[in-house]
Design a protein around this ligand. Structure first.
Ligand code: OOG
Ligand code: MG
Length: 263
């Protein structure tokens, strides 16, 4: 049940999108709208998406956030969320990422899926996801909360498209039946030093569960995951802050590696 008027949703979407486009942080929106609910929060996110599409931006995928204990503990939020990926979020493997367009970026190592059949909730589960997966591939997300000092609650972060900002993918793609995603290791390096590591099981036991969760959450709004969707399943480790001058490299078991530098 939403509590905000259409005008308030439109105004908050504009406010948060401007914060993103101008790389200017803002205070969390629940400070001013303490009674807003989750439906309001997703209404704001979908309105930001509508604003971008109206300007010609293409939506190139979806992401889940807060799907590992490492991330939930880091952010103090214990429920996963989803967001969308816009075309200009995508950066090539090995590229230089301009920090002047960002507020306070952090990187996360993730495992991504590409679907080849529509996935529909409620009741979508990991086996449905395996049966609808074209391939899995490595991804690094660069998150950049629009909220001051990354301080938010779940409703505020949902409205802010779950801090989505940039992502890098590439490496090597594999079919899901050629690997065990739960034991697939990931090693995250910053400036040549290992800063964290994890396996795919960090994400809900198996990252396929994260894709199923997306289908089930979208069903609440009458939406599905179309065939051919690129989906990032959420950081396997805590996110690592980066600034201009930093180099990040992530090595994945069987999926190759991804790297980027921040300028
Ligand atoms: C929210 C987004 C989290 C992930 O992979 O867990 C996320 C945040 O931590 O700012 O993208
Ligand atoms: Mg993420």
């Amino acid at each position: 049940m939403s509590t905000l008027s259409r005008e308030a949703v439109a105004q908050l979407a504009e406010h948060l999108e401007n914060a993103e486009l101008q790389a200017q942080d803002v205070t969390k929106i629940t400070n001013d709208y303490p009674t807003m609910d989750f439906e309001d929060a997703y209404d704001i996110q979908w309105e930001i998406r509508r604003r971008k599409e109206a300007r010609g931006t293409k939506i190139v995928g979806m992401k889940l956030g807060l799907t590992s204990w490492a991330k939930m503990a880091q952010m103090g939020v214990e429920v996963p969320c989803y967001g969308f990926l816009a075309d200009y979020f995508s950066c090539a493997n090995g590229s230089a990422i301009d920090t002047s367009t960002l507020i306070h970026p952090k990187v996360e190592a993730e495992i991504a899926f590409v679907t080849n059949k529509v996935l529909t909730g409620p009741g979508c589960h990991a086996a449905d996801v395996f049966a609808a997966t074209e391939c899995v591939l490595p991804a690094v997300e660069i998150i950049d909360s629009r909220y001051r000092d990354f301080k938010f609650d779940l409703k505020s972060v949902v409205a802010d498209n779950c801090s989505s900002s940039r992502f890098v993918t590439g490496g090597r793609s594999l079919s899901v039946d050629h690997m065990d995603l739960s034991t697939a290791g990931v090693v995250l390096e910053k400036n040549g030093e290992i800063v964290d590591m994890a396996t795919g099981a960090a994400v809900l036991g198996n990252p396929a569960e994260s894709v199923a969760m997306l289908a089930n959450m979208l069903a609440e709004r009458g939406e599905v995951i179309p065939a051919g969707t690129f989906i990032m399943t959420g950081g396997v480790t805590a996110a690592v802050a980066v600034e201009a001058g930093d180099c990040i490299s992530v090595r994945y078991h069987d999926l190759g590696s991804l790297s980027m530098r921040f300028v």
